[in-house]
Ligand binder design. Structure first.
Ligand code: MG
Length: 316
């Protein structure tokens, strides 16, 4: 059975007890403070400060409370000497971070030929986390566009502070020709959105910033440095962060809603529905755009350096 072990402080064990509340089971094994059971894992906290997470996805539960080592968890360990870390290190946050007030940041539209890149970040205070979870805020990849739109409205209604940036296609294409990688564009968008939100939420207690990781943190910092920007303190990165952090999930919903809205606008402009993604369906749609509006139209509605531009030629 997959398992994770954390070493935490007595205060954290007390917080855990309060957090798991009704999920705590009667009867504790010898030496244990409590035993609880969630959908992801069975959790046993010991007087020594050791906490054992066992079950389907123990790392999801363990991450709420501390740093999960990159080489443990459900991933198969390599048997090579030196025990190399898996290529995709998941990233870590400090103990208790995911249940504390924090900023989460995520983007949409990066893999879509048509439409802009949208980046959003949201500041969720600790006392709003459960409320957001209760209204259904979660990884936007699991949700339909209609649900996402509705949730975005609810998030705004709850007064969650956020910042949203849209990199429209003409600007995107200009930057791309100037030699900017998509990674650099994303890094600068996240950075500017976070700066904007930090100035809005100045003075509010926060555990820091969590960015849904799209590149190695060093690369992110290098992109910022190339534009003379520096990363705010207490910034962390995690892959699949939207399934661990409600703030990142909220950000992903806001970013996706904006992307869908922009796609609707562009579809109205060309007179037919532009497909999302970058499949062969997109290639055919490119040919339609060229036939009806001319090749130059792509500049303002598409990421023209994608291979799709070339592939569309066979439809013309
Ligand atoms: Mg993401």
């Amino acid at each position: 059975m997959p398992q994770e072990v954390l070493k935490v402080s007595t205060q954290t064990i007390e917080k855990m007890k309060a957090h798991y509340g009704k999920q705590i089971e009667a009867g504790t094994p010898p030496g244990a403070v409590f035993r609880a059971k969630t959908y992801n894992a069975a959790i046993t906290a010991y007087q020594s400060g050791k906490v054992l997470f066992q079950g389907k996805a123990p790392e999801l539960e363990a991450r709420k409370w501390g740093t999960v080592s990159a080489s443990s968890g459900t991933a198969k360990k390599s048997s090579t000497a030196g025990g190399k870390f898996p290529k995709q290190v998941s990233g870590t946050v400090p103990e208790g971070f995911l249940l504390a007030s924090h900023i989460g940041s995520d983007e949409a539209g990066t893999g879509d030929y048509f439409g802009p890149i949208t980046v959003a970040c949201a500041f969720v205070e600790a006392d709003k986390i459960e409320q957001l979870r209760a209204i259904g805020v979660q990884d936007s990849k699991n949700l339909t566009d209609d649900t996402i739109r509705k949730l975005a409205k609810d998030i705004v209604k709850l007064g969650i502070p956020y910042a949203l940036l849209v990199l429209h296609n003409d600007k995107y294409n200009k930057l791309q020709r100037k030699g900017w990688s998509q990674g650099k564009m994303k890094a600068m968008l996240h950075h500017h959105a976070i700066e904007k939100l930090l100035s809005k939420t100045k003075g509010t207690d926060s555990a820091g910033i969590l960015i849904d990781q799209f590149c190695m943190p060093d690369v992110y910092k290098r992109h910022l440095a190339s534009e003379k920007a520096t990363i705010p303190e207490k910034t962390y990165f995690m892959t699949k962060a939207e399934s661990h952090s409600i703030a990142v999930a909220a950000a992903s919903i806001i970013a996706r809603t904006s992307f869908v809205r922009e796609m609707d606008k562009l579809s109205a402009e060309v007179g037919f529905t532009l497909p999302k993604g970058a499949s062969a369906k997109v290639d055919a749609a490119i040919a339609d755009v060229i036939r009806t509006h001319g090749h130059e139209k792509l500049e303002s509605i598409a990421k023209v350096h994608f291979a799709n531009t070339k592939k569309a030629e066979k439809y013309l």
